[in-house]
Design a protein around this ligand. Structure first.
Ligand code: ZN
Length: 291
């Protein structure tokens, strides 16, 4: 169980679904050369890189943000009973971990007012829906689901063209649209004085991050703007499923520069627990300091 993080008027909870060594580092970061990996192994291992397998260690989690006005769940992980033949560690999960960890925050599925998906990849939309009598229904019965409008349009078009390339759209996104629960917004949409979206494009076409709180007592929930501390130290290192790696690199450099040496908490989706830190400079790049 993780501890809630109080931040002025808001509270942030992590809801973890999984953590493990899932992807081979060289294929996960296509531009990472063997020399570069060898040079940086010493600080990546054992927390961020598994010494035994050479695989990148990732956490899969949601962030729940409670404000005086709303309870918001950001990114909904992989989900249960979903065929993901390309990823054996995500294929047809049947685990109660996620639901138990959500319950441990003191919240139930009915308490979530908004689900925000930073982007529409398989590990960020899964719990949008659950299987009920053979049908995919919204997991969070009272929630509106916030998607970036161009992100939704792009994946909907791809699903129509080549459904096998993105099965998660059919079981975890389209049923939300069909149930009239989707709220497409621009990726710079401001909800209120405590919650706003920030466009962080590159990993996907219209990826957003979520900035919450007030100046001095704020947090930036990155989504997949960054996957590993290696991409903080070297913002230009792309990740294999990027839509536009060069753009993703510019986004990282700009966002990390913006928050460098401030008190803003950076809440990453995929860094291993505790996953959260503050941006500090490191040579010509950055680190997320977790102390
Ligand atoms: Zn992801």
């Amino acid at each position: 169980m993780t501890s809630p993080i109080p931040l002025g008027a808001i509270t942030i909870h992590r809801v973890v679904e999984q953590q493990g060594a899932y992807f081979d580092a060289a294929s996960f970061f296509p531009s990472l050369t063997p020399d570069m990996l060898a040079e940086h192994r010493s600080w990546l291992e054992p927390t961020f890189l598994d010494p035994a397998t050479g695989k990148v260690i990732l956490c899969v989690q949601s962030y729940v943000v409670r404000t005086p006005h709303h309870t918001i769940l950001i990114d909904s992980c992989v989900g249960n009973h979903k065929p993901r033949p390309n990823y054996d560690f995500w294929d047809n999960l049947a685990s109660d971990t996620y639901e138990r960890n959500l319950a441990a925050t003191g919240l139930g599925v009915g308490d979530i007012d908004y689900v925000m998906c930073t982007h529409l990849h398989t590990d960020h939309v899964g719990w949008n829906t659950r299987l009920e009598n053979g049908r995919w229904v919204p997991t969070f019965p009272n929630a509106k689901y916030v998607f970036a409008d161009r992100e939704l349009a792009s994946w909907t078009a791809r699903q129509a063209e080549d459904p096998d390339s993105c099965p998660w759209i059919a079981d975890s996104v389209l049923p939300i649209v069909a149930a009239n629960r989707a709220e497409p917004v621009r990726s710079d949409h401001r909800f209120d004085d405590l919650v706003g979206l920030v466009p962080t494009p590159g990993h996907t076409i219209d990826h957003f991050s979520v900035h919450v709180g007030k100046p001095g007592l704020d947090a930036f929930i990155t989504g997949d703007m960054v996957h590993s501390p290696l991409q903080a130290r070297f913002p230009e290192i792309g990740m294999r499923s990027d839509y536009d790696s060069a753009l993703a690199g510019r986004t990282r450099r700009s966002i990390f520069g913006r928050f460098c040496d401030t008190s803003t908490l950076i809440c990453t989706a995929h860094f291993p627990s505790p996953s959260i830190g503050r941006v500090r400079r490191w040579d010509d790049g950055f680190k997320i300091a977790m102390d």
